[in-house]
Ligand binder design. Structure first.
Ligand code: C2E
Ligand code: CA
Ligand code: CA
Length: 584
């Protein structure tokens, strides 16, 4: 119905019609026959079924098509909610229906809004969207009247079978309709994080159960207040009903609580189970597809942004999305062109005892539009799009080749390479490693594979297989960034790596504390007792160097000694060191 103004003119700009004023106006000015109206609207031949009834007497009136399709003997039905339950298909939907009824009474809600499957009198199963409004007595102690409709969805809706949320195509149609009527609407996009990892680690059925529990809980908690739609890749969008007056922060926090509780109930302790974006939809959003794409990009950005509760479509965020999209295209082009514009750098690492270079870390560099992009930016892009498999094998080859050159000058030299969590799924990695060692005649013990704590938590079996394969080839393994993760001591102890690299942030933290050397010393001596060598990363000052030496570490890496440099620069440095060793 179009909004109606006092002057009796249709006012298409006002987004919210005052229905009771309009009805009062109509009933007091125009002839009407409610019985005739009902007879017409409840006749057969429609995909919309109608019902209404007295909730105190439990007596209902149903439309002809509802009566005929579902085999009711009469339009007047006693206990329709009870009888209707028998037409709901499967225990899952029956339980959802029951919970919704209990919820309406408990929360004194005035809407009933559910989608589920039903079986008609011929045994045909179809999806149905049931929408009803409940009228309560003035004291709000008893529900007195219900009226509603059931819409058969197969014809113009489609529903995702796992979540029972509407599909993306339906979302486009819904947004188109909202735009046509100049409606304004708050939309909340969100992602369920770590589902792919949960599927890999515990099996797809557990991942599915988690999603199902979350979607049931969301439907139960927010039914009538918002409707949910599926977006690609475990991402979803909620359209908030205009009647809801809560702030966006409150809505996001409510949804977050429901999702986090579902992860907790299934004993899945993960970092940030969900990420959010909030965008207002208005008639100015001409292209629904574009709107949904922007929302998806914003949710993706929010998955990487740990600073805000939710992101909005500010100019700054839109610029970031555009920049990331451009970077992604440029990286893909370079990766598939034989790692064009990528370079391997090495940061020399010194022995704490001698101050001389005995090791190094290989670090990837990528140049875009004439300047270097930080690995903190391009590595996650490579990881997200699985390009890290190609890039990872490439950097491994650069490292083996460079190491074979350096050991000619420093025979006890070892070089490390970072292996990201996402590379653990690269089945060819270890074969590639063996092949490289053979091709460049390098003994495995000169190579170190660096892994982070997050790999230990998320892919324990794959990580164990990689460690076993490295051990077989004599390749060493280092635990990188120790002191930054949220993993327990137990995970640390489960994998005995050859080397532990203490992160710069722990060094900075300890530098501030009064009992600093004692604490660092205790960590290092614990590692030594377990047969692990220790490298302290990020040493920039004389004081930090002194602290590291006092604490008893074995290796020091940091700008105080050497910055990461191009291979030819590093070759010159090691040549020089070898020459000074010979002349001493
Ligand atoms: P990371 O593995 O912890 O690498 C050490 C980082 O610390 C490097 O940053 C290095 O430049 C920096 N660093 C070394 N000494 C100091 C210091 O004294 N002060 C400060 N402030 N920083 C220091 P970079 O090269 O920017 O790399 C950042 C991260 O990107 C790396 O952290 C690693 O996680 C990732 N990365 C770099 N190259 C690769 C690669 O080839 N493969 C994978 N999977 N990840 C890589
Ligand atoms: Ca590293
Ligand atoms: Ca590190």
């Amino acid at each position: 119905m179009l909004p109606y103004s006092e002057q009796g003119k249709f006012n298409s700009l006002s987004p919210e019609p005052d229905r009771s004023t309009e009805l009062d106006y109509f009933f007091s000015h125009a002839y009407h026959d409610m019985r005739f109206f009902l007879e017409v609207t409840t006749q057969a031949s429609s995909v919309v079924y109608t019902y209404f009834g007295d909730l105190q007497r439990n007596l209902f009136y149903i439309s002809d098509n509802l009566r005929d399709t579902f085999g009711f003997s009469n339009n007047v039905v006693e206990d329709l909610p009870g009888k209707w339950r028998e037409h709901i298909f499967g225990e899952k939907w029956k339980q959802l229906y029951n919970r919704d009824r209990q919820n309406i009474l408990k929360t004194k809600s005035d809407t009933h809004d559910l989608r589920y499957q039903v079986v008609d009198k011929d045994g045909k199963i179809s999806w149905i969207h049931c929408y009803g409004r409940v009228q309560w007595n003035p004291e709000k102690t008893s529900p007195i009247f219900i009226a509603g409709r059931l819409i058969k969805q197969d014809d113009f809706f489609s529903v995702d079978s796992l979540t029972n949320f509407l599909t993306e195509q339906t979302l486009h149609r819904r947004l188109d309709t909202l735009r046509k009527h100049n409606y304004y609407c708050v939309t909340i996009g969100f992602s369920l994080n770590h589902i792919a990892e949960i599927n890999t680690k515990f099996g797809r059925s557990l991942g599915d159960r988690l999603i199902e529990n979350i979607s049931n809980a969301l439907t139960e908690n927010f039914c009538g207040r918002m409707s949910f739609y599926c977006l690609p890749g475990f991402r979803y969008m909620a359209l908030v009903d205009n009647e809801v007056k809560d702030s966006c922060s409150k809505l996001v926090s409510d949804i977050r609580k429901v999702i986090e509780e579902s992860y907790r109930q299934m004993d899945l302790s993960v970092d940030r189970p969900c990420s959010f974006a909030v965008v207002n939809f208005s008639q100015h959003d001409n292209d629904s597809k574009n709107f949904v794409e922007n929302m998806t990009s914003l949710v993706k950005l929010s998955e990487q942004d740990y600073t805000a509760d939710f992101l909005v479509n500010s100019q700054e965020n839109m610029d970031k999305i555009r920049r990331q999209a451009n970077l992604k295209i440029a990286i893909a082009k370079d990766v598939f062109n034989g790692m064009q514009n990528f370079k391997a750098f090495i940061q020399p690492i010194v022995s704490a005892k001698t101050g001389r270079i005995t090791a190094g870390e290989t670090l990837m560099r990528w140049e875009y539009n004439g300047s270097d992009v930080s690995p903190g930016v391009f590595i996650p892009i490579l990881e997200r799009d699985r390009m890290i498999h190609i890039a990872g094998r490439w950097i491994l080859e650069q490292a083996v080749q460079a190491c074979a050159t350096i050991v000619k000058y420093i025979p006890d030299f070892s070089l490390s390479v970072n292996v990201s969590l996402h590379q653990l799924t690269d089945h060819m990695l270890t074969d590639h490693l063996s092949e490289l060692l053979e091709r460049y005649h390098l003994d495995g013990h000169h190579l170190i594979i660096e892994i982070t704590e997050s790999s230990m938590i998320q892919h324990p079996e794959k990580l164990q297989a990689l460690i076993d394969n490295c051990n077989k080839r004599g390749v060493q393994v280092a635990l990188d960034d120790f002191g930054t993760g949220y993993s327990s001591l137990q995970t640390f102890l489960s994998y005995r790596t050859n080397i532990v690299k203490i992160d710069r942030s722990l060094l900075l933290e300890i530098s501030k504390s009064s009992c600093r050397t004692n604490f660092m010393g205790s960590i290092i001596s614990a590692c030594h007792q377990l047969g692990q060598a220790v490298c302290i990363e990020g040493v920039e000052t004389e004081e930090q160097k002194a602290l590291s030496l006092l604490a008893g570490c074995d290796y020091i890496q940091g700008f105080y000694f050497y910055r990461p440099s191009a291979l030819n620069v590093v070759y010159d440095i090691v040549k020089h060191q070898a020459q000074t060793a010979n002349t001493c």
